[in-house]
Design a protein around this ligand. Sequence first.
Ligand SMILES: *Cc1c(COP(=O)(O)O)cnc(C)c1O
Length: 445
Amino acid sequence: MTDRKFLKIKDGDAVFDGCRLSAVAKEFGTPLYVYSQNAIKQRFEELRQAFLNGRPKNRVAYAAKALCCTAMLKLCEKEGMCVDVVSGGELYTAIKAGFPAERIEFNGNNKTSEELEMAVDYGIGRIIIDGLAELSRLEEICAKKNRKMQVLFRITPGVKADSHDFIVTGKKDSKFGIPLDDDIILPYVKKAIDSPWTDFLGFHFHVGSQLFDNSAHLAAFDIALDLADKVYDAFGFRVLEFNLGGGFGIQYTEEQPMPYSYFLDPLIKKAEDYAAQRGIEAPALVIEPGRSIVGEAGLTLYTVGETKDIPGVRSYVAIDGGMFENVRPALYGAKYSAFVVGSAAAQAGSPRLQPSQALKTVTICGKCCESGDIIIKDIELPELASGDILATPSTGAYGYSMASSYNRNRVPGIVFVKDGKAEWAVKPQTYEDITANDIIPESLR
Ligand SMILES: *Cc1c(COP(=O)(O)O)cnc(C)c1O
């Protein structure tokens, strides 16, 4: 649930990082994504304590895809973190946010040659090679530009993490990573080690997302360490770095998230034991959390519109958002909760947030032309009326970043709140924006 430390109910209104949400809705309009800067900073602080402090070689590369805009990447940069990008657009956003190139790491399958060229031109810190042809293409680009890049190989460890099938990425049948078969991967490792254009550093895996059990990370790390031994035995080369991916689970409704240390302590210990047994220095460890940084730090504000009671069937409450700004319920069956922020009545001094109020089971639907455009199915809320402001907590990850202009709805803006101050981080799309790239072809004029 959206970070309780920063979300408080006060005088019948909800206050998020010092800002009254009813006032934020009034000033900035709805639908609106709202993020608490202090909640995001707290997560980075937790990572410093669990993973970085006293371990100067370790890095946290925030997975930009969870929320990518210049304000978020600026915050991430100011916190001293690295950033993990997976496309030219995310890379460009990181550069625009002022990220030093050496703290940018590039992941993702099927990077285009244009994207690889961009990465080489900027001179970013790491390229995580996701397929065998990518290495050859990168070498060609580096040779052309006379620049050497530091690379890791993403492996497919063949472990099955317990999560939704669409966000399980480490199993053998996956579009991500390089299969582990010795005869496939070892010759390419050798090629990367020997190449004048790449510094081969080590291996990367990402087992899945929204995990509450550390067993997939631990099993995958064992596999990566075994592979590192094979590389040493075959080529006398010591792997210096392991990237353990992201995937740390958060609370949307009833989940019980584990602290970072639950995942990271045993991984750190594994690396230390591995090094001690071989009489070598412990390798650098990198993690790529996305959801766990921004997920609970963000919420979405909506204005209630039409309500429809279908007798004996269901009561629909329509909001001014929908799958164009949060596609996860339609895409993954993701579950959210909601609470009433305020209303015309609340603003006039009679709050609606009284626990004694009678509850009613309703379904919160969006305004897209799809029956599947449901944000929350069957939730108990106080009776809602047109004009009421509703908030869905824990929408900070993969909401804005997966938004579209479906039905030519405008992608909502993002407001950052901090210590009572609310500011735009992304302005809402306008109708002009939506049609800006449209052209009527000559033949139709
Ligand atoms: C999606 C992804 C992440 C982030 O996953 P979260 O579950 O959001 O922490 C990290 N690394 C890679 C390679 C990814 O694809």
